[in-house]
Design a protein around this ligand. Structure first.
Ligand code: NAD
Ligand code: ZN
Ligand code: ZN
Length: 325
């Protein structure tokens, strides 16, 4: 049982999300980590404040909160803007984010470094809320940055309807007027995409580029959100994006885009968004509280967490697997 140092808080974890990034971490050779091993996974966390460290004000034992996990140094201009996910001092200062180097949420209890990283759940159920902190926040951030191009008549392409993608479709629906085309390798994931409001779904093997051409009169998609990031999906993104459009590479599936004249359409913006800013998490939680977005979940006990990871790897999780200690 960890004890909170001055300024820290101890949470009793009520739910933790199982993100595909965890698989990538588990597949990373030990010598490629720049922080000590082992560490505990779990970077999507909600919990109840169990103990408040000395000097912490404004948070009380019993508060139900979501954890903003993209901790920055907390003392620079970028962090002051709320975009701690892009703090340039994290590496140099050795900031360890929970579940990504520091002890994460796959446990009964976890420490949080400061009160501002806790966002009130406002009555949301823990299992429904856990994945908002990353699957929700990361897809929100990627989409929100491209919102100006997604007005009436625009077309958005979502590649990968997993944990992130299935929330992304809902965020596109509620924040933009764009038509949404969703691509996945799994018919079941595409069924979920349709249920969540995608206008058109297409299997990756069924020539998604043709569908984009059909729906856009050969112009291409205004914005593409690649939640896979594999070589094949990034090839699709480059082929399907319109001149002056946008490709946001969210998935870390090992693919890359050669950005140069004649290699991508002119005027294209390529982005590699990471997680989201602290104010964005308030927005995502507000959307969920208002019923505009929801996470499709499957629950696992903490003992069964390895099973959750296995099922995720086999493509059998619809939405997000959530571990409940
Ligand atoms: P997930 O496993 O829940 O979802 C991935 C989805 O992609 C699945 O539905 C799968 O069927 C589909 N898919 C796989 N190959 C495909 C292909 N070739 N074409 C179309 N669809 C395909 O994973 P997740 O937790 O949603 O994470 C998605 C990716 O995003 C991972 O690479 C993860 O590491 C990354 N990620 C990035 C950020 C960030 O901030 N940039 C945050 C969280 C996760
Ligand atoms: Zn994640
Ligand atoms: Zn900073």
């Amino acid at each position: 049982m960890p004890r909170p140092a001055p300024g820290e808080l101890l949470l009793k974890v009520t739910a933790a999300g199982v993100c595909h990034t965890d698989h990538q971490l588990m597949a990373t050779p030990p010598d490629q980590f720049r922080h000590p091993l082992p560490f505990r996974l779990g970077h999507e966390a909600v919990g109840i404040v169990a103990e408040v460290g000395a000097g912490v004000v404004g948070v009380s034992e019993g508060d139900e909160v979501a954890v903003y996990g993209a901790w920055g140094c907390g003392r620079c201009r970028v962090c002051a803007s709320g975009a701690e996910n892009y703090c340039p001092h994290v590496r140099r200062e050795g900031v360890l984010r929970p579940g990504l180097g520091g002890p994460g949420a796959m446990a009964e209890y976890m420490l949080v470094d400061r009160a501002s990283h806790l966002v009130p759940l406002g009555g949301l159920e823990p299992v429904a809320a856990a994945a908002l902190t990353d699957a929700g926040l990361s897809s929100y951030h990627a989409i929100h940055s491209e919102i100006d191009r997604l007005g009436p008549g625009a077309t958005a392409l979502v590649i990968g309807v997993g944990g992130l993608g299935h929330v992304g479709i809902q965020i596109l629906r509620v924040l933009t007027a764009a038509r949404v085309i969703a691509v996945d390798v799994s018919p079941a994931k595409l069924g979920l995409a349709t249920a969540l409001g995608a206008d058109r779904v297409v299997l990756a093997e069924d020539d998604p580029q043709r569908v984009v051409d059909e729906m856009t009169g050969g112009v291409g998609a205004d914005a593409i959100f690649d939640f896979v990031g594999a070589p094949a999906t990034l090839d699709l993104a480059v082929a399907a994006v319109r001149i002056g459009g946008s490709v946001q590479i969210v998935g870390a599936g090992g693919g890359s885009i050669h950005v140069a004249p004649a290699r991508v359409p002119f005027g294209v913006r390529i982005g590699v968004p990471f997680w989201g800013a602290l104010p964005d998490l308030y927005d995502v939680i507000a959307l969920a509280r208002g019923g505009a977005i929801s996470v499709t979940t499957t629950e696992f006990s903490l003992d069964d967490a390895p099973l959750a990871y296995a099922e995720l790897e086999e493509g059998r999780i619809l939405g997000r697997a959530i571990v409940v200690p």
